[in-house]
Ligand binder design. Sequence first.
Ligand code: F6P
Length: 357
Amino acid sequence: MKRIGMLTSGGDCQALNATMRGVVKGLYEFFDKVEIYGFLEGYKGLMYGNYKLLHADDFSGILTKGGTILGSSRQPFKLMTVPDENGLDKVKAMKDTYKKLKLDCLVVLGGNGSQKTANLLSEEGLNVIGLPKTIDNDLWGTDLTFGFQSAVDIATSAIDCIHTTAASHGRVFIVEIMGHKVGHITLHAGIAGGADVVLIPEIPYDIKKVVKALDARAKSGKRFSIIAVAEGAISKEVAKLSKKERKARMENYPYPSVAYEIADHIKATGGAEVRIAVPGHTQRGGSPCPFDRVLSSRFGAKAAELIKQEKFGELVVFLNNKVTSIPLSESAGKLKYVSPDDDIVKEAKTLGICFGD
Ligand code: F6P
């Protein structure tokens, strides 16, 4: 008998259900008897003992279903060692639940912060396997996370739709794409959607260079332009500020988001009519794209294999076109950023995309 706990933690994304289905299918393939404990709303379920005993049937028909059948919540890593409002020691509580249920392994579907907690629990002696979730694709140690490609598809569709209306009206359109710290989705959707300007957090922009690129397009006879901007994009001036100064700036920030700030600057230079489109959480919703269904199913199968091999404390990853695993401790606490030196950035520049740098 194998007793496996599973939870989905942090911001949701497409293919969480597909991944869990993959894990469970693999477990039933490898073991005669399996008990699956699904913890509700991420680590909260493990802390407070909120779980459901699930059966193979619960994972049937969910390959294409968005969201997560377990629910999710954000439980910041830095608060894990801070007692809750009733003085509960969260780490101890999670270990107690694990022990009470006599689990053989805990499977954590989560992004950067969630995998840090997974690593902490592993260091505390629990058998843990991590699965790399996030639309942002910023988990260190894996070339791809599940959810990323689906989000890129949605962000690209948004740019495609904007393209036709921007062309009809001869407008500058700013499409704001998810990614507070990293610009992977914006970069990929920007290239896929034929954006003229791509602005990401890792490459601070000079607004004058952005305006220059728009002017050059207008002078060459193009009636419209599209800017794909990551929600965390920053100007060169802001990049120079200290963490404290940036915080103070955000406290008095007069715009709903960066797209509005950029729009204001462009409008101030006169000329172009500017509009903004923010696809927001649609990028995390709906059915996973076929690529993510394949990737997440493979990730799930790999997790089951690791459980069979009793190889714990590992994060399942996609590296050099292979599904494999690395120690959780190797990835914990590191983000995978876009580098200005990445081939994809250089190629995008060769295609004429302006990064405002
Ligand atoms: O981590 C995924 C993500 O979608 C980011 O791209 C985005 O900045 C953030 O989550 C939004 O978080 P929330 O759903 O809590 O508003």
